[in-house]
Design a protein around this ligand. Structure first.
Ligand SMILES: Nc1ncnc2c1ncn2[C@@H]1O[C@H](COP(=O)(O)OP(=O)(O)O)[C@@H](O)[C@H]1O
Ligand SMILES: O=C(OP(=O)(O)O)[C@H](O)COP(=O)(O)O
Length: 395
């Protein structure tokens, strides 16, 4: 459902209380190692400052468990944001509620930005405590939900606060929900989805939700082994989830019911150990040796998957095709990234390791959309309503 956005508000002089997801990775020295999520929030922030709003940003960082912990301070993020927004004053206040925060908000002039300290320094945040939500609401005139990466959490700063203020979507939230929602509801066809990653059990609901909608579902990664085992292949030492075999069988039936083509690897890269330097060879999926494990899809499977992708008009990808952290088993994953970069279609990379893979392959900017949410995009692809989206007003 379409949500009101920041374009539906007259901002001059108003305080925009914006929930962003600045939960960025940092090294031990407290340096930001990937600022993708900060950059992804810039269109919303600059629209608001350009339109004369006083912008109050709130976010979490890590999981400080409801207590103040300097290791999880957002101060370095404020400094980084100032570097990105050269013509804008970015202020930081070392709390997210209370008198000092109210004073810092009152000091803002039109077009200024203030980043609050980590909202997870308060236990009420993750409990969606109404008093904390009200205290946040006092800091703004309009709430802007732009933290797609945290939209699957019903927390005080993502959902609770929206009960006390007019609430609209930011541009990032609008794009994430718009592009993925359109692909699920009304895809240009053929619609091909590629699902990988370690386990079937993590992605049952995603597969269930996609099967009736897609023209073809390509399955790779560790999870393909369980499907192959169900079909009678001896997967030898491969990762196979014994507990998920029944589920895999049901999903194969579901594919038949919906006439969706579910494609599994026909060949794999088989290794004698789960190690970067393990001896390895290409094998048919039916011909693994007793001491081998499948750690990537093989060249024939790559070719099949590539031609499916190149013939598609919508491609959605979630989860690596193999143990792509080890170069010997990364070819399948990078081949998917490259094929998606080439095809003239709507291409969506949904969260987690597949995003890391398109970034490593240097093709992130060739995709129509690279999601900033791992868990959130997974829940969205499962067809769940995300609390941080539901909290925003419909158009
Ligand atoms: N054939 C395989 N055997 C064992 N592990 C695998 C295999 N293929 C992929 N993996 C592992 O799965 C992990 C990613 O799985 P998952 O967390 O489900 O994906 P995502 O983060 O994209 O949702 C990666 O660390 C990768 O090494
Ligand atoms: O990084 C996040 O999730 P993700 O790693 O699933 O994308 C979000 O900021 C949510 O964080 P959380 O999983 O601690 O609630």
């Amino acid at each position: 459902m379409a949500k009101k956005t920041i374009e539906d508000v007259a901002w001059r002089g108003k305080r925009a209380l914006v929930r962003v997801d600045f939960n960025v990775p940092m090294n031990d020295a407290g340096e930001i190692t990937d600022d993708t999520r900060i950059r992804a929030a810039l269109p919303t922030i600059t629209y608001l400052t350009d339109h004369g709003a006083r912008v109050v940003l709130m976010s979490h960082l890590g999981r400080p468990k409801g207590e103040r912990n300097e290791k999880y301070s957002l101060r370095p993020v404020a400094e980084h944001l100032q570097g990105l927004l050269k013509d804008t004053h970015v202020f930081f206040v070392d709390d997210c509620i209370g008198d000092a925060v109210k004073a810092a908000v009152a000091d803002l002039t039109d077009g200024n930005v203030l980043l609050l300290e980590n909202v997870r320094f308060y236990a009420g945040e993750e409990k969606n405590n109404p008093d904390l939500a009200k205290a946040f609401a006092e800091l703004g005139d309009v709430f802007v939900g732009d933290a797609f990466g945290t939209a699957h959490r019903a927390h005080a700063s993502t959902a609770g606060v929206a009960e006390y203020l007019p609430s609209v979507a930011g541009f990032l939230m609008q794009k994430e929900v718009g592009v993925m929602g359109e692909a699920l509801a009304n895809p240009a066809r053929p619609f091909v989805a590629i699902i990988g990653g370690a386990k079937v059990s993590d992605k049952i609901s995603v597969i269930e939700n996609l099967l009736p909608k897609v023209d073809a579902l390509l399955i790779g990664g560790g999870m393909a082994n369980t499907f192959l085992a169900v079909q009678g292949y001896d997967m030898a030492k491969s990762l196979v989830e014994a507990d998920a075999k029944e589920t895999a069988e049901k999903l194969l039936q579901l594919a038949k019911q919906h006439n969706s083509r579910l494609l599994l690897p026909t060949d794999v890269v088989a290794a004698k150990a789960f190690a970067a330097d393990a001896e390895h060879a290409v094998r048919k999926a039916s011909e693994l040796e007793a001491d081998e494990m499948a750690l990537d899809i093989g060249p024939a499977t790559i070719q099949t998957f590539e031609s499916e992708i190149l013939g598609a008009k919508t491609v959605l990808w979630n989860g690596p095709m193999g143990v792509f952290e080890m170069p010997a088993f990364a070819k399948g994953t990078f081949a998917i990234a490259d094929a998606m970069a080439k095809v003239n279609a709507t291409t969506i990379v949904g969260g987690g390791d597949s995003v890391a893979a398109v970034e490593q392959a240097g093709v992130a900017d060739k995709m129509s959309h690279v999601s900033t949410g791992g868990g959130a995009s997974l829940e969205f692809l499962e067809g769940k309503t995300l609390p941080g989206v539901a909290a925003l007003e419909d158009k």
